[in-house]
Design a protein around this ligand. Sequence first.
Ligand code: CDP
Ligand code: CDP
Length: 226
Amino acid sequence: GPKPLVIAIDGPAASGKSSTAQWVAQLLNVHHVDSGAFYRAITLLALGTGVAPELWTSQAVLAEAHRITWRLTERSVLPLVDGAEHDEAMRDAPVTRQVSRVAQMAAVRHWVNDQVRAAGAATDVVVDGRDIGTAVFPTAALKVFLVADPWERARRRLIQRLGRRPNDAEIAEETEALVARDALDAAQSAPARDAITIDTTTVTQEEQVERIVALAKATRDRIRGH
Ligand code: CDP
Ligand code: CDP
């Protein structure tokens, strides 16, 4: 068949990458790959070693990597730990606090990139993550870079986490944590030169999804020659 289609969605924390990618993938009927989930899975295993995070080495972290596999479900590429889903533990605060540390390790990035590229070679994908359009799939057919004001990103993240409208003090605290993680992740968070930037601060998720789907369909028609 034709070479798999890769659509890359990058952007900072809580810019809407993974929920948007998931929705876009569904509308295009292709698989969604959440690259951050691989960083979270390996971080979960590193926490399980009991070694203090300050003492983690890429070698020790990668010694756990053989326990992570992935499965192609109907809709997505799912990382499994010891053959099972660990979605809740992967989204928990202990993993979120340490994941950037693990994501700084070049050897870990190399390993995650290999997993994600293998998935993208197997099937048409919408992939989201910090560096997907730059380091992982520099030749992706379409690259989208989502941005939004830190305050708005913090507000969205809290609604997601708390299931209610946060107050200003809560948003202020979350904004601080987000900005700190942005700084830690800065090295792998620049947009690709050929990325299309979408500021979602005042855009509904539905609107941004529609826009990306339209871009993706035009891209698919162009490269598949329809
Ligand atoms: O949703 P959010 O952007 O906060 O996080 P995520 O996509 O679940 O990714 C968690 C962490 O993994 C990020 O904070 C980055 O440190 C790292 N990551 C990365 O470095 N490169 C990627 N392609 C994906 C995630
Ligand atoms: O993956 P990333 O951390 O970039 O963000 P996410 O977890 O996909 O999105 C954070 C939250 O923002 C989700 O609950 C989205 O539904 C919401 N949201 C959005 O992504 N875009 C908007 N225009 C409005 C809300």
